[in-house]
Design a protein around this ligand. Structure first.
Ligand code: PGA
Length: 256
């Protein structure tokens, strides 16, 4: 059975004090948990958030990395550094990285390999634009974006999570319907089956992201191919993020 993962992507939000108090509240609430919990703060706060969550069920992840192991890459952070400050995961290919920073599938494939080589769990984000959905391109786009896995072996897939985030649903308050989410997730799982076979496809977690909130989380997480949530806005406050984690715990118990 796939364990539900609830991940918070803080993006470029929350200064040190606010992030620390959020991390402290989450760690206090979840010394242990039936679902996996991950928070991805901005890079300058990884150390402080990790200090406040270590020993709890809350793991810490980076929002991005650069694929080179070290060197003259001003402004970038490598996988070794993420590991060094206590990260166990990294988000790769978030749509904001693709849209605003020009990240291509080829570049992302290198980042995925780098993350795995450093022992990080890689959360590879995929998702179509509204125009692509409207022109019936969703599946073609998702298939193309899975090329981020081009150099990933079946064994390495144990450390890969896919996040389906339709771009039109991110930060807009518009959530994909449960049917739209389940349909896209089922398609991604069938593609994983083509790429890696039945066992890997059945074992890989596929998260949904895009305006996940306390009041829609349980319905989304109850879909058979939705194995967790990647949460932006609603992960910035302890009460709303905890409600989503609780929905995950409930959905997990319904799966058992
Ligand atoms: P949102 O963001 O929950 O604010 O829509 C999700 C994401 O971008 O990961």
């Amino acid at each position: 059975m796939r364990q539900i993962l609830v991940a918070g992507n803080w993006k470029m939000n929350l200064l040190g004090a606010a992030g620390s108090s959020l991390a402290t509240a989450l760690a206090a609430k979840y010394p242990i948990s039936a679902v996996e919990i991950l928070v991805c703060p901005p890079a300058p706060y990884l150390v402080s958030v990790h200090a406040r969550t270590s020993g709890s069920a809350v793991r810490v992840g980076g929002q991005n990395l650069y694929f080179a192991p070290q060197g003259a890459f001003t402004g970038e952070v490598c996988g070794d550094m993420l590991k060094d400050v206590g990260c166990s995961s990294v988000l790769i290919g978030h749509s904001e990285r693709r849209q605003f920073f020009g990240e291509t599938d080829d570049l992302l494939a290198k980042k995925v390999v780098a993350g795995l080589q450093h022992g990080l769990q890689v959360v590879l984000c995929v998702g179509e634009l509204l125009s692509e959905r409207q022109s019936d391109q969703t599946e073609a786009v998702l298939k193309r974006q899975l090329s981020g896995l081009a150099q990933v072996s079946a064994e390495q897939m144990a450390n890969v999570v896919i996040a389906y985030e339709p771009v039109w649903a991110i930060g807009t308050g518009v959530t994909a319907s449960t049917e739209q989410a389940q349909q896209a997730h089922a398609f991604l799982r069938s593609e994983l089956k083509t790429l890696y076979g039945e066992q890997v496809s059945a074992a890989t977690r596929i998260l949904y992201g895009g305006s996940v909130k306390a009041d829609n989380a349980l319905e989304l997480l109850s879909q058979s191919d939705v194995d967790g949530a990647l949460v932006g806005g609603a992960s910035l406050k302890a009460d709303s993020f905890i409600s989503i984690i609780e929905a995950g715990i409930q959905a997990m118990s319904l799966r058992a």
